[in-house]
Design a protein around this ligand. Structure first.
Ligand code: COA
Length: 336
């Protein structure tokens, strides 16, 4: 029997500062009503000066290891769009701060699909015998790349981190990831982009005013992203259902990337799933990109929605563009 990756621990963290729609409406030409009705978001958490993605990742990682009942892992994969530095990767320092000296550790960049990609990557390492136990983290501080003057992005994104522990196990035990569907379409890379700061366009010098250059901020073309997110998440979810041999109506919980409640409902509709089966926490945390799915998972488990034995389908869409899905039967795991 082949080795499966089995979910054995779950932990999350959001920074304490809550930013409400009302607060954003004071500095941006927007309103609580617009944000709530167009996205479903009422508030989000922003980290603030001095706190980096790695700090949130360490908090979530600590909780996931506690939930797993063991600090023993030999691989750390950190999915993030907002690493602490362009170089080196954030994962080795996070591993070190978690007391995991000398383990394999790397970052993975797939924007909002990052966590699903990281699950697949760690699963591959476990299946190949490269790792026995992996800590997979999605962590973001989008507040550091949002243009405070851009109402189309500032109202949507939040900071946070979520992590799971995967261990080697059997494909038929609860918690085993039942396969992965991943994809990308790089011809659409401009839909979600931070234009400068990479090798194509190194950081521009600040103007004489000292202001941060506009092209160093995150930008997004909301409307086409919305359309592609629905189409790709629905198709990827269906591919994953086919792989797992599950009919859509037998799924207990759809844990989709928390970008917009209208996207989640449209995907559920396309799959023929009841909208009530969709886990939603974006109202309280916004879009936390790579942290989104583990935060939504933990929220649904803590809230008593997802219980052991439930069939859980996860799907994400993000910059790149990228998308991916996976599924599992929920094991006896409570967030740490
Ligand atoms: N407050 C008030 N008005 C706003 C606004 C805000 N925060 N942001 C945009 N608007 C305005 C626009 O300027 C536009 O005005 P106009 O009609 O005068 O031109 C109007 O609202 C409609 O904008 P539009 O972009 O068409 O709105 P939308 O219904 O598509 O909603 C998003 C915008 C961003 C919420 C939506 O497109 C979305 O959720 N996209 C996907 C985002 C996502 O999933 N991203 C992450 C994927 S990884």
């Amino acid at each position: 029997m082949s080795r499966a990756a089995v979910l054995a621990g779950l932990g999350t963290y959001v920074p304490p500062r809550v930013v409400t729609n009302e607060e954003l409406s004071r500095t941006l030409d927007t309103s609580d009503e617009w944000i709530r009705t167009r996205t479903g978001i009422t508030r989000r958490h922003w980290a603030g000066p001095g706190t980096a993605t790695g700090d949130l990742a360490v908090e979530a990682g600590t909780r996931a290891l506690k939930s797993a009942g063991s600090g023993d892992v030999d691989l750390v994969v950190l999915a993030t769009t907002t690493p602490d530095h362009p170089c080196p990767a954030t994962a080795p320092e996070v591993a070190s701060r978690l007391g995991l000296q000398t383990v394999a550790a790397y970052d993975l960049a797939a924007v909002c699909s990052g966590f699903v990609y990281a699950l697949a990557s760690a699963t591959g390492a476990i299946a190949a015998g490269i790792a026995e136990r992996a800590l997979v983290i999605g962590a973001e501080t989008y507040s550091t790349i949002l243009n405070p003057e851009d109402r189309t992005t500032s109202v949507i994104f939040g900071d946070g981190a979520g992590a799971v522990v995967l261990r080697a196990g059997d494909p038929d035990e609860p918690g085993a990831l039942l396969g992965h569907d991943l994809g990308s379409d790089g011809s659409l890379k401009d839909l979600i982009i931070v234009p400068s700061g990479g090798s194509r366009q190194p950081v521009a010098a600040a103007g004489t005013s000292g202001a941060r250059p506009a092209d160093s901020y995150f930008s997004m073309q909301g409307k086409p992203v919305f359309r592609h997110a629905v189409t790709r998440m629905a198709a990827s979810s269906q591919a994953m259902l086919d792989r797992a041999g599950w009919a859509a109506e037998t799924v207990d919980w759809f844990v989709g990337h928390q970008a917009n409640v209208r996207i989640l409902h449209a995907v559920a509709d396309q799959l023929g799933m009841a909208r009530e089966r969709t886990a939603v926490n974006l109202d309280r945390v916004g879009n936390t990109s790579a942290a989104s799915i583990p935060l939504a998972l933990a929220d649904a488990v803590t809230g008593g929605l997802i219980t052991p034995g439930d069939r859980v389908l996860m799907s994400a869409f993000g910059g790149g563009v990228t998308w991916g899905s996976t599924a599992l039967v929920w094991p006896e795991v409570a967030p740490g």
